[in-house]
Design a protein around this ligand. Structure first.
Ligand code: AMP
Length: 332
């Protein structure tokens, strides 16, 4: 199904439009919790995200999709490349097993992911199109990110150069500005939660879901502590400024290949984070050092703003961000 050369799946030729997967002219809206719970227990198998009250909801079931190759495995199920039969459009279909989620008591996190992500529309945020469920599984219909996880790409490359990292910094800052304006804080920015689009552009994924479900991969290495800001370690209330800390850690990890406060033990990592014990390898440019040091400030109020990240001289000199074309008559 996948053409490795250009990252385009074979056989899926028609451009995908988000609205075609939704029920009406409006963006999908999530059903109230009680209604979702009811459907989860009755397991009708044909439920989905509702739409504007003026339009009948478009109902999906697994029969509406051709299932392709697995894209990856998550804690609660698998993700598949899929084609919406009626539209000849590709999506990523995330299949989550209710029993596993119930066992871990994380249903509320799934709700959070749906509620938050369904309302965000930005070129650097993975689109959430719809959901439906049957008796045993919940299916999330998501934008397909052809170049996969940034984490794997970083493992493959070892580290990224200034151009690539600065481009990611501009993309993620712009996406987070959009989120923060809507009072959404991601709180779990790290390469595992970032996917890459067709042109390699960054896509923030896993809204609200990974917040309290740290990836096992990092837990086995050194936990997810590497991206934790001091205020979260100390148990203080935190604001959107936690995301500024995280993109500082991300910038460092992209350029160096490992996160700045990594140690062999949790307690040592905690200590290094609390002291902001930041050390740069020799090859890191002055501009990148300046950006990282002004994001990794212990006091949230002292961190560089997202707008100033985008305008930072090192980002401006190195970013190669290209925005997707907006066709006449369409809304971005
Ligand atoms: P998750 O359950 O979200 O952790 O996803 C498991 C794996 O599936 C990820 O590590 C990705 O490699 C892959 N994956 C998840 N969502 C997508 C997507 N929308 N497009 C492409 N690959 C994805």
């Amino acid at each position: 199904m996948q053409n490795k050369e250009n990252h385009e799946p074979r056989g899926f030729t028609r451009p995908f439009t988000a609205t075609s997967l939704m029920a009406g002219p409006q963006r999908a809206q999530v059903k109230p919790r009680a209604e979702m719970d009811h459907n989860a227990t009755t397991g009708s198998g044909r439920e989905c995200v509702g739409a504007s009250s003026s339009a009948a909801p478009k109902k999906f079931s697994i029969n509406d999709f051709d299932i392709g190759r697995p894209l990856g495995k998550g804690k609660f199920g698998n993700v598949y490349l899929a084609k919406v039969k009626a539209l000849d459009s590709i999506v990523a279909l995330k299949v989550l097993f209710k029993s596993q989620m119930e066992k871990e008591g994380v249903e509320h996190q799934l709700r959070r992911e749906i509620e938050i992500q369904a309302h965000l529309k930005h070129p650097n945020i993975l689109r959430f199109y719809n959901y439906f469920h049957d008796q045993t599984r919940v299916f999330l219909v998501l934008e397909y990110a052809p170049r996969g996880e940034m984490y794997k790409e970083l493992q493959r490359c070892g580290r990224f150069d200034d151009q690539r990292t600065a481009t990611y910094m501009e993309e993620i800052s712009d996406a987070l500005l959009y989120c923060h304006e809507r009072k959404v804080i991601h709180r779990d920015i790290k390469p595992e939660n970032l996917l890459l689009g067709y042109r390699g552009e960054l896509k923030i994924a896993d809204f609200g879901w990974s917040v309290h479900a740290p990836s096992l991969r990092r837990r086995t290495m050194c936990g997810t502590l590497d991206y934790l800001p001091p205020e979260m370690i100390e148990g203080h209330t935190h604001s959107e400024k936690v995301d500024l800390w995280c993109i500082g850690v991300l910038c460092y990890e992209c350029l160096v290949g490992n996160p700045p406060f990594e140690t062999a033990s949790h307690s040592e990592t905690y200590k290094r984070i609390m002291k902001v014990d930041l050390k740069f390898p020799k090859n890191i440019s002055d501009g990148a050092r300046d950006l990282i040091s002004t994001l990794l400030r212990h006091s949230p109020a002292d961190r560089l703003s997202l707008k100033n990240v985008i305008d930072h001289p090192w980002v401006r000199a190195n970013s190669r961000r290209v925005l997707p074309p907006v066709f006449p008559g369409t809304k971005s």
